[in-house]
Design a protein around this ligand. Structure first.
Ligand SMILES: [Mg+2]
Length: 184
């Protein structure tokens, strides 16, 4: 039995372009500099839940005439223009086995991306987590097998753009196939 764990951000979708679109939109509405908008984004701790609420609040505190709701709305609007990696999508389509979209990040924004791009229809399961992926793997691995939803898998393929994570997988679980989406 074969399972695929495929990442979302910068694996299936281009979040670099998405962030660029968000920053440009915020610059346009606030007249803040791109550097300042970028600084506020990083300050909002974007790997943590509801980062866009903190980001919008920071922007509003700098530019009180712009509501934080207007900023959040612009972020969600930018989701409509996200680009997808068609090579990764066709890899997923060809894959024979159980397919999990395995993503780390804020549940609401990840759900919005998945819905906008109709990705639920391309996988068997969507798994959104705030726990580091290597820890989730550790919880599901027994020897050279992977246990998921009461099913045992002896073959695991991971596609993820995070090279630090791929290296950890290679080191700790050399029997798992871990692929950088750039090589697909
Ligand atoms: Mg990623």
């Amino acid at each position: 039995m074969h399972i695929l764990l495929v990442d979302l951000d910068d694996t299936i979708i281009d979040t670099v372009g998405f962030k660029k679109a968000v920053f440009q939109s915020v610059v346009e509405v606030t007249k803040l500099s791109l550097d300042e908008v970028t600084r506020l984004y990083l300050k909002s701790d974007p790997t943590q839940n509801e980062w866009y609420e903190r980001f919008a609040a920071y922007v509003q505190s700098r530019v009180p005439s712009v509501t934080s709701k207007a900023i959040v709305d612009r972020i969600f609007q930018a989701i409509q223009n996200i680009l997808v990696n068609t090579q990764v999508l066709s890899y997923i389509a060809r894959f024979e086995g159980y397919k999990v979209l395995f993503t780390l990040g804020d549940a609401k924004i990840q759900e919005a991306k998945i819905q906008e791009l109709d990705l639920k229809t391309r996988v068997d399961e969507v798994y959104i987590t705030q726990t580091q992926k290597i820890n989730i793997l550790a919880d599901h691995i027994r020897g050279h097998e992977f246990l998921w939803n009461n099913q045992t898998y002896d073959q695991v393929t991971i596609i993820d753009n995070n090279l630090a994570f791929l290296n950890l997988v290679h080191e700790q679980y050399p029997w798992i196939t871990a692929i950088d989406p750039k090589s697909i």
